[in-house]
Write a protein that binds this ligand. Structure first.
Ligand SMILES: [Zn+2]
Length: 491
């Protein structure tokens, strides 16, 4: 039978046999067992605690070809040092109808054989225990070193050098660290700090410009206060990725390294960072025109949404057709929120300043008076009735009433409701309206458009029934049947 050998050697374990040694053992084994060795797969400097190894992956891929019928390994630990991986690899080979031989252990042909399972399982467990023990020793070693304030490997952080295994302050770099913390605590932006560091000729350990990302990591590095931390988070378990988690073997020792900044400075920096985080989470944008914009193609209402640029994190705000958003049945273009909002604002403001809209609104309000009783309770009653009418029509549409018939009627009702509400707001307690006083009041209302967001929103809602958008432009429908066509607005 044709066989291939699989060999693995990890450089961090000095007691392991070399690849050459493993190959010659496999050659011997094949000679003695009547196997023809046709190829060797190997992984050098690779851990046996995961299966993420090129040689192993190639071997597994080739199992699907008819190139060989057996795999020879030196011992179980070469294939895997993880119990779960061992049995899963064993199963994969068995399903591919490939025999697995070990030079040092006798592996059963039948993986369902109970005594074979027991003996392989014991070996697999010992191999994994070996990994765990080695790991424990190395953590203990680092902790002892850390307790003495000694360097534990990697690159020392900016601001420090390592001299004879001990952290010492690099004065040039440390002055940059102090500058950075001072500026941050004083409220400067990352950009301003970055420029200042560049100006001062400060560089990272690798000689690169200190960017905003680096600034963030320098700021959160507690080591600058003299605290030694090591292994704060765990990213891998048995060298398999597990995401970011708190490490149970986290080492934290106060006054272990010379401090570059005071604890107070560091805490103030962290406080600013926390409040910045809260501010960005809270700053939700309000949409000035929400509920007012109607799609010129499908009649659906536009809703606001924010789109975040992945690299810069900057947000751009849009309004989008509701049908397009939910059902993807409409292809109306999204409109930039800032553009449509300022367009509507200027259109409305222009009209209000020209007094046309105010006169017209006054007419509508006065006109309603002709057809309706005067008392405010009566007006309220009518508003409630008309709102009910709108709801009934919407329900009828849901049940299948033709929208062409329903929507114009709904529009009419909403216009009447707006006018009644305006009238309610402007009439005297006895229900009478003085046209001059009314116009004065409307002008005062109109001036509120520049007060603040809430006032602007209220004024727009008072005068605007709806805004219809097509790709060609916008149409602002105001109180009464008064339309302002915005034409092409370059949105
Ligand atoms: Zn639409």
């Amino acid at each position: 039978m044709r066989a291939v050998a699989y060999c693995r050697y990890s450089t961090d374990n000095q007691t392991e046999n070399s690849i050459m040694y493993q190959i010659s053992a496999a050659e011997d084994f094949c000679r003695r067992n009547n196997l023809e060795l046709v190829d060797v797969y190997s992984d050098e400097a690779k851990t046996g605690t995961n299966t993420n190894r090129d040689g192993l992956q190639r071997l597994l891929a080739d199992c699907k070809t008819n190139k060989f019928g057996a795999v020879v390994i030196y011992d179980q630990s070469r294939l895997s040092r993880s119990v779960t991986d061992w049995f899963s690899l064993r199963e994969t080979l068995s399903h591919a109808n490939i025999r697995l031989y070990s030079c040092c252990e006798s592996l059963s042909e039948d993986i369902l054989d109970s005594s074979a399972f027991m003996s392989e399982g014991v070996h697999a467990i010992f191999n994994q225990v070996h990994v765990l023990e080695t790991r424990k020793k190395s953590i203990a070693g680092v902790t002892t070193k850390a307790k003495r304030g000694e360097f534990c490997g990697g690159t020392p952080p900016l601001g420090y050098d390592v001299v004879e295994g001990q952290y010492v302050i690099n004065e040039m770099e440390a002055s940059g660290i102090r500058l950075l913390f001072r500026m941050y605590v004083d409220g400067y932006s990352y950009q301003q700090i970055m420029d200042k560091l560049e100006e001062g000729g400060y560089r990272t350990k690798r000689g690169n410009k200190i960017g905003t990302n680096a600034i963030y990591y320098l700021l959160i590095n507690e080591r600058y206060t003299g605290v030694f931390t090591w292994n704060r988070y765990q990213y891998k378990q048995m060298r398999k990725r597990i995401g970011k988690r708190d490490n149970p073997n986290y080492v934290r020792i106060e006054n272990a390294v010379p401090a570059i900044i005071t604890r107070e400075t560091w805490e103030r920096a962290m406080k600013r960072m926390q409040s910045n985080k809260r501010a960005t989470n809270k700053a939700k944008r309000e949409y000035l025109l929400s509920g007012l914009i109607e799609c010129g193609y499908c009649g659906s209402t536009y809703t606001g949404f924010a789109s975040k640029n992945r690299s810069s994190g900057e947000e751009t705000y849009y309004y989008m057709c509701g049908n397009k958003n939910r059902l993807k049945t409409c292809h109306a273009k999204n409109v930039r929120a800032d553009q449509i909002e300022s367009a509507v604002y200027y259109i409305l403001k222009d009209e209000l300043l020209n007094k046309q809209l105010i006169e017209r609104t006054a007419d509508v309000i006065m006109n309603i008076r002709e057809q309706s009783p005067d008392s405010s309770t009566e007006i309220k009653k009518q508003i409630a009735e008309k709102k009910q009418g709108v709801n009934n029509l919407l329900k009828a549409v849901e049940r299948g009433l033709n929208t062409d018939a329903a929507f114009p009627r709904i529009d009419d009702l909403q216009t009447e409701i707006k006018a009644l509400e305006a009238r309610l707001a402007h009439c005297q307690p006895d229900g009478t309206i003085d046209r001059k006083k009314l116009i004065k009041k409307l002008k005062a209302d109109a001036a509120r458009i520049d007060d603040d967001f809430m006032q602007r929103r209220a004024v727009i809602r008072e005068y605007v029934n709806k805004i219809i958008i097509t790709d060609d432009g916008i149409e602002v429908q105001c109180i009464g049947d008064y339309d302002i066509t915005g034409g092409a607005t370059q949105i």
